[in-house]
Design a protein around this ligand. Structure first.
Ligand code: HEM
Ligand SMILES: *[C@@H]1O[C@H](CO)[C@@H](O)[C@H](O)[C@H]1NC(C)=O
Ligand SMILES: *[C@@H]1O[C@H](CO)[C@@H](O)[C@H](O)[C@H]1NC(C)=O
Length: 479
């Protein structure tokens, strides 16, 4: 009662002040404290400026100018939507860790159109969770040790066996062949070199270009071509699936011996045929474009860092000696675990080269962070590359310096800022396989060959990474 009495006793001017206070508070909610930024042109916004190709070891002019002008968190208009761009390590982590609660994966339409609506990259919620479980089981540490390690080594040796001394070839092409063959084998038991595998690999090149293009479905556009590739890739997958199902009926499920993802998906899940096809297609994609670019970057960075090559050679020479003493021929899991400096090289390659430069998210609630408002429904782009190249976090960030990852090295980077594989509930499902592929490949590369660039080349972010000349190298066998 007393509150009411006091209100009645308030003077008119106090009432007015109260009214203004509440009015302003309401306005403040209506006009939240958005991060600074600009909108650019109508519709297109600043998309083209944002996507302008730049050297992979830089953040590009657009990011640089915007961060200088507005700070590490700014707003823009990208991909046709109001967007918050974040080069802030804390906010990036906050976004990834709050997947499903405050933010949600939200890729542009073109990606869903090409990878398929059941692709793991675009799914959210329960369906994403169940697809993720299948992939994680498939890439479990038991399978990594028993099945994938020997297979990775076999495929490495197969690719390297075709290299000729003194004849220039595209290193990018070779590592793509390696990672593609590996995934095709593990996903659906396709053997390298078979015509079907080669056809599929060529289709994937067209396919890849469409993933990042504008979703314009007109004859001749990259998107149109990619959709055609998608259906011919699906055609191959479907044919293989039918053969497999048929065989499983003929000989019985238990006797079916092929230990690949296709067999798994057919046997143990309640997924529809369409869902399995999208799962296989998108894993083939996620598993080969990324790790092949990571390998191409390693070859590129090491070529201009002989000291690191030497340290790698010492590490792998020791491993080889121990293998010989034990009379073994293939790498074991224990050998792999000894590749400490190799892991430093891998991390440094991903930090400096940034294979996945940013991911797409949207706010599904109104979010406040460091005094800024992020309105519900807005797109949010956590840009990992900008954190990895931030001079406040890494000393001389543009230098390839694998030693910075060594335990107790001065200026040892905080691991929480390193997000090459994303993080939170959508952390890359292939992290361990990717590291294994790179380590085993490097083992044989540094022990068998010396290499140099045939002509200058440099990785560009389009924003997908590419060496415009294909990273032409010449090798010399180490005797
Ligand atoms: C160096 C190589 C690789 C890098 C840098 C990389 C990076 C990433 C990143 C940043 C994401 C998160 C995307 C997002 O949050 O929107 C991701 C997701 C994923 N990656 Fe990788 N990746 C690599 C290799 C691989 C390999 C070899 C495989 C498969 C065998 C793989 C399978 C996946 C899958 C299935 C997802 C989706 C996970 C989910 O949504 O739950 N990746 N990767
Ligand atoms: C490399 O980065 C991963 C995080 O992806 C981390 O767990 C690992 O300890 C790092 N390795 C080295 C040698 O710093
Ligand atoms: C790193 O430093 C810690 C304490 O400062 C020490 O306990 C550890 O043994 C060191 N590790 C290496 C590899 O030198």
């Amino acid at each position: 009662m007393s509150i009411l009495k006091e209100l009645l006793l308030l003077s008119p001017s106090a009432l007015l002040a109260l009214f203004i206070f509440f009015y302003l508070a309401r306005c403040k909610r209506k006009h939240p404290n958005l991060p600074p930024g600009s909108r650019g042109f109508p519709l297109l916004g600043e998309t083209f400026a944002y996507l302008k190709p730049h050297s992979a070891t830089t953040i590009g002019k657009f990011m640089e100018l915007h961060i200088n002008r507005y700070g590490k968190i700014y707003r823009s208009n990208l991909f046709g939507e109001p967007t918050i761009v974040s080069a802030d390590a804390g906010l990036n982590r906050f976004i990834l860790l709050n997947e499903g609660r405050l933010f949600e994966c939200s890729y542009p339409k073109s990606i869903g159109g090409i990878l398929g609506k059941w692709s793991m990259l675009v799914l959210v919620g329960e369906m994403h969770q169940s697809m993720r479980m299948i992939s994680l089981n498939f890439l479990s540490s038991a399978r990594l040790r028993a099945v994938l390690l020997p297979e990775v080594e076999r495929q490495t040796l197969m690719v390297m066996a075709s290299w000729k001394e003194g004849v220039a070839f595209s290193a990018q092409e070779e590592v793509k062949k390696f990672t593609f063959n590996l995934m095709a084998k593990n996903i659906m038991s396709l053997e390298p070199g078979e015509p079907e595998t080669e056809k599929l690999r060529r289709e994937y090149i067209t396919f890849m270009k469409g993933v990042v293009s504008a979703p314009l479905n007109l004859p001749g556009t990259s998107y149109w071509k990619a959709l055609k590739s998608r259906s011919s890739i699906l055609g191959v997958i479907e044919r293989k699936m039918e053969e497999r199902s048929q065989r499983m009926i003929e000989i019985g499920e238990e006797r079916e011996r092929e230990d690949d993802l296709m067999g798994w998906a057919l046997k143990q899940s309640a997924l529809s045929k369409e869902q399995i096809m999208d799962l296989l297609l998108s894993l083939l994609f996620a598993g080969h474009e990324t790790s092949s670019m990571a390998l191409a970057l390693t070859i590129f960075f090491l070529e201009s860092c002989p000291k690191a090559v030497q340290e790698l050679q010492e590490e792998h020479d020791n491993i080889l000696k121990m293998m010989r003493e034990r009379g073994e021929h293939g790498l074991s899991w224990d050998d792999y675990k000894l590749m400490d400096f190799t892991q430093c090289v891998i991390n440094e390659t991903l930090r400096l080269g940034n294979v996945v430069r940013f991911v797409h998210r949207k706010a599904i609630r109104h979010v406040r962070y460091k005094g800024y408002d992020i309105p519900c429904g807005w797109k949010v782009l956590p840009v990992f590359a900008a954190v990895h190249l931030d001079e406040e976090l890494y000393t001389e960030p543009h230098q390839f310096n694998p030693w910075r990852w060594k335990e107790n090295s001065s200026g040892m980077p905080a691991m929480s800022n390193f997000m090459a594989y994303g993080g939170g509930p959508r952390l890359c499902a292939g992290t361990e396989l990717a590291k294994l592929e790179m380590a085993v490949f490097l083992h044989h590369l540094v022990l068998k060959f010396r290499w140099e660039l045939e002509e200058p080349d440099c990785a560009f972010a389009f924003p997908f990474l590419d060496f415009p000349k294909g990273l032409p190298i010449k090798i010399q066998a180490i005797t």
